[in-house]
Design a protein around this ligand. Structure first.
Ligand code: PLP
Length: 390
């Protein structure tokens, strides 16, 4: 171990492999499972987007692109978020195409964090946030949202900022949310923005990767209300069912992107040229490609909500993304890992334990409904039988 400590970065050495991966592997021993565990759309990428990529290959778009991405892609991206979310970014200087939202988050955090800085993260949370913050030798500060319907109130945000403001660098927001499936209303976004305006040196990193998957209200971006302090993270992984293509986007004021682009260049040079061409097609001719998927997701969501409600699970109203975060009925005394493990063992249905998303997720399960309606219905029947007998 001493040797390892000398060889490796200590934060990397201490980092765990994602609990989601670990859990997935541990239940694989049970054989064929219905997996409601996946964090990615089960739909194929739209055909016209695939055709654009094929053409880009045939037309020899096989060279490095500009570091921030093809200007045509950045123009398409800026127009997309203007038309849809009322955001205003200059394609030449305020948009960067990245290798998925993952790289967008990584290079944003690396470019702002110094060792010892603090970053506020509402919890439960997508575990990448904590890993990236820790790997940059900064410290996460969690806000437990489990008692407030997974919402952060302006008062609690202000209080947390005040408590940690000496070393506070940023706040990470994620609406629509993974793992809870909740979203923030327009009023909530405006109120949180107005708290942050009092702290102009604190940046907001707003992960809006699920912005096209909302069911009730229109999506509101933090960038609309707090443009000068916000790094908006988005991409095509969820909106266009393109997780494997790896195309993310950063929108931020030029003084911020000027710094981020340096890290982006060191990490990857540029996003894939073929993927960027597909992205231009998706963001221009496929502006509404998510609509049909949303209709399907909504039907599936309703099936899960009605099954779980009948089974004493309490659930935060799922208004976005494709997740339901459900509180395990009180009569079960085991923790969320053991509950999910036993469930998988006895029913061959895999859900993710809430503890994979931080302490505030203990006692919950995350159900992804990015799965076929047949699988979802079958899984709900098995869950119902299991709960009746236990
Ligand atoms: C909240 C959130 N942010 C970012 C990502 C990463 O997206 P990408 O596949 O574009 O890297 C995911 C993927 O599941 C996610 O759930």
């Amino acid at each position: 171990m001493d040797n390892l400590t000398r060889i490796f970065n200590h934060e990397v050495l201490n980092a765990e492999i994602s609990q989601i991966r670990q859990f997935d592997e541990s239940v694989s021993e049970f054989g064929e499972l219905i997996r409601l565990t996946l964090g990615q759309p089960d739909f194929p990428t739209p055909q016209h987007v695939k055709e654009a990529a094929k053409k880009a290959i045939d037309d020899n778009f096989s060279f490095y692109t500009q570091t921030a991405g093809y200007l045509q892609l950045r123009e398409a991206a800026a127009q997309f978020v203007k038309d849809k979310y009322n955001l205003s970014y200059d394609p030449a200087s305020e948009v960067i195409a990245t290798v998925g939202a993952t790289e967008a988050l990584a290079c944003s955090l690396i470019s702002i964090l110094n060792p010892g800085d603090k970053v506020i993260i509402p919890s439960p949370y997508f575990s990448l946030y904590e890993s990236l913050v820790r790997q940059a030798k900064a410290e996460p500060v969690f806000i437990d949202t489990s008692l407030t319907d997974f919402q952060v109130s302006p008062e609690v945000l202000k209080q947390t900022i005040e408590e940690h403001k000496t070393n506070l660098k940023a706040v990470i927001f994620n609406s629509p949310n993974n793992p809870t499936g909740t979203t923030w209303s327009k009023d909530r976004v405006r109120d949180l923005a107005s708290v942050l305006k009092d702290y102009p040196d604190v940046l907001a990193i707003s992960d809006e990767i699920y912005s096209e998957i909302v069911y009730e209200e229109d999506f509101t971006s933090l960038g609309e209300h707090l443009r000068e302090q916000t790094i908006v993270i988005n991409g095509l992984s969820k909106s266009h069912a393109m997780t494997g293509w790896r195309l993310g986007l950063i929108f931020a004021p030029a003084f911020i992107t000027e710094q981020i682009v340096k890290v982006h260049q060191s990490l990857v040079t540029s996003a894939s040229s073929i993927t960027q061409y597909a992205g231009i097609e998706a963001l221009t001719k496929g502006k509404n490609d998510a609509h049909e998927m949303r209709v399907q997701y909504k039907k599936r969501r309703d099936v899960v909500v009605s099954a779980l409600s009948a089974l004493d699970f309490s659930i935060a109203t799922p208004t976005g993304a494709f997740y339901i975060f459900a509180k395990i009925p009180d009569r079960f005394t085991q923790n969320s890992h053991d509950f999910c493990y036993n469930l998988a063992k006895h029913t061959r249905v895999a859900l993710i334990p809430g503890s994979a998303f931080g302490e505030a997720g203990e006692g919950y399960v995350r159900i992804s409904y990015a799965a076929s309606i047949t699988d979802i219905e079958e899984a709900m029947e098995r869950l119902t039988d299991y709960l009746k007998d236990n």
